[in-house]
Ligand binder design. Sequence first.
Ligand SMILES: Nc1ncnc2c1ncn2[C@@H]1O[C@H](COP(=O)(O)OP(=O)(O)OP(=O)(O)O)[C@@H](O)[C@H]1O
Ligand SMILES: [Mg+2]
Length: 478
Amino acid sequence: MFLTGLLSCFAMHFMILRNYEQRAVNVNTTNAQRQLRTVGNHLIRYNYLQDPSSEVVSAELNMISSMNNGRVMIIDETLRIVRDTYGISEGKTIISEEVVRCLKEGTGGQVSAYDPENNYIELTMPIVETASSEEGDILHQSVASAPQEIVRGVILASVSTDTIRNTIDLLSRRAITIELIVILVILLLSLIVSGRLVRPFEKITEGINEIAAGFSDEPLSATQYTETKHIVEAFNQLQRRMHAVDESRDEFVSNVSHELKTPITSMKVLADSLIAQEDVPAEVYRDFMEDIASEVEREDKIINDLLALVKMDKRAARLIVSSVDINQMTENVLKRLRPIARKADVELTLESQRSIVAEIDEIKIYNVIMNLVENAIKYNREHGWVRVTLDADHQYFTVEIADSGVGIPEDALDHVYERFYRVDKSRPREVGGTGLGLSIARSAILMHRGTIQIDSVFGEGPTVTIKLPLTYVTQDNK
Ligand SMILES: Nc1ncnc2c1ncn2[C@@H]1O[C@H](COP(=O)(O)OP(=O)(O)OP(=O)(O)O)[C@@H](O)[C@H]1O
Ligand SMILES: [Mg+2]
């Protein structure tokens, strides 16, 4: 801003003075030319070139020369200087290109040249005698031809431009004074304005630094500029997201600690009660030790689940993909779960529409199906059933797990994938799990670019459907 002001100021200064100088020189030249033309006529009338004794013309020449603060010389056809207002060159012969040309060409050869170094304008003006006017035959002249010009001599004059120079110097000094004032004003203004422009940004930086240093947790307040408003909004949004992440992490940690503490607490209770009693019969010991062992198992399962989750959370997690016979794999899952199903008095069936081979990470999907079927058995009723159906089209295969349990209430459907979420929290832990199974399952399915869907009307048996691509497309290829 300051630079723009400065440059335009100087450009204006220079241009205006240049303009003034040109105009002033033009005016002076025209004036001098008019005077010289008049005196030229007088020179002819008084026949001054032959007889320079006329007082009137001499006085006129002196006046012109003093008025213009310059010099006037009258030169005749033979290049002899008839009169010089300085009185030094009279009688001498002048050899000058301009004078010669002027004598030859008449009015067309008249020139004027400005010499800004030495502050004068040099003028040459022919002394022209118009033949017709001398003869007085006006009628004849106007009809026959243009008036005939006879060049009798040349006036060579110099006109001082000192006054122009002085005026320019004066104007220049004034302009510089004004410029200095303007520059000062611009400097002040640009300082104030730039300070104002930058202040909201500084405020934002301050606010962000404060938050970064941990002094403040308040969202930034929006300022009057649209730009800063956008920045502030974007930053606040980021901050809100960070808060949300913070909160969910805190919740996760507290859930983890709680879940890990529960088996330990019950182990401690079991052990304490054994220690407190004396002469405990061996069967009781055995009973208690069995309980403790199952608590250890539980703890182990939770830790493994957590590790699985953390592993899948990492972006670097890679799938170990291979071609897997899905029918065979599902059968294996059911074989492993059959004892539990028999214990819970739940009938387990597998229905397959066709043979399916897909590119998947076998361990991960095995665990997914295992988890889902386990849920179907766990949250079932007595004498219930679980039906697993396999199907495929040319792109995807689906595994459908339906059971005869009570299902999942609609408002809980949105939450079942959350870590540690359980619909019925009062359910004994041996029946209910930790609430990690579905969360792990969904992560694994998303890694395969598949989908999981639970259709459930509370009171009727739910159906869980997973849909996975038959061929695995790596993200890099996409
Ligand atoms: N087939 C189902 N029928 C009824 N409720 C279900 C069914 N599957 C899941 N749920 C409900 O969803 C909740 C979350 O299931 P999830 O598998 O994530 O955890 P979990 O089975 O409790 O524990 P985990 O699988 O980690 O041992 C369960 O607690 C249960 O209330
Ligand atoms: Mg489960």
